[in-house]
Design a protein around this ligand. Structure first.
Ligand SMILES: [Zn+2]
Length: 137
């Protein structure tokens, strides 16, 4: 596989590009409680300090991976974060193991990093990124 033409962007840059201009208040981007329902295999629920609760399924979060590679792949197809790449209709659906994280680890105080069961682990989901993500299934 050729890596020519891949634009390397820093996590900060990718985040800036994905994020609208408006600065969110710190209570909106500070989690009070983070639930990663690894055992149940369902998803992530974050209760923010401002009282809002956000929920996403693992599959959705995986498709919203903020790393440069996933970001570019979505850009190329015009997909929004969380939207899976459409499967060609003519092909039989491929079996895919349900997406779930093998590990979810905090990155400093600002982000969460998932090690997905498909081997991917380069996405760092900052609280700010997560708060701005639409909720999804
Ligand atoms: Zn990624």
């Amino acid at each position: 596989m050729s890596h020519e033409g891949i634009r390397i962007v820093s996590a900060e840059q990718a985040e800036r590009e994905a994020a609208p201009e408006v600065k969110l208040p710190s209570a909106a981007v500070t989690p009070a409680k983070v639930k990663v329902m690894k055992t149940e295999g369902t998803g992530v629920e974050i209760a923010w300090k401002d009282g809002h609760v956000s929920k996403w399924t693992f599959a959705w979060l995986r498709e919203a991976c903020p790393c440069a590679t996933c970001h570019e792949a979505r850009d190329a197809d015009g997909r929004k974060p969380g939207v899976a790449k459409p499967q060609p209709a003519s092909l039989l659906p491929m079996f895919k193991a349900p997406v779930r994280p093998l590990e979810a680890t905090p990155v400093g105080k600002y982000a969460l990093r998932f090690k997905w069961n498909d081997g991917h682990e380069s996405g760092i989901y900052s609280w700010e990124y997560l708060r701005r993500l639409p909720e999804g299934e």
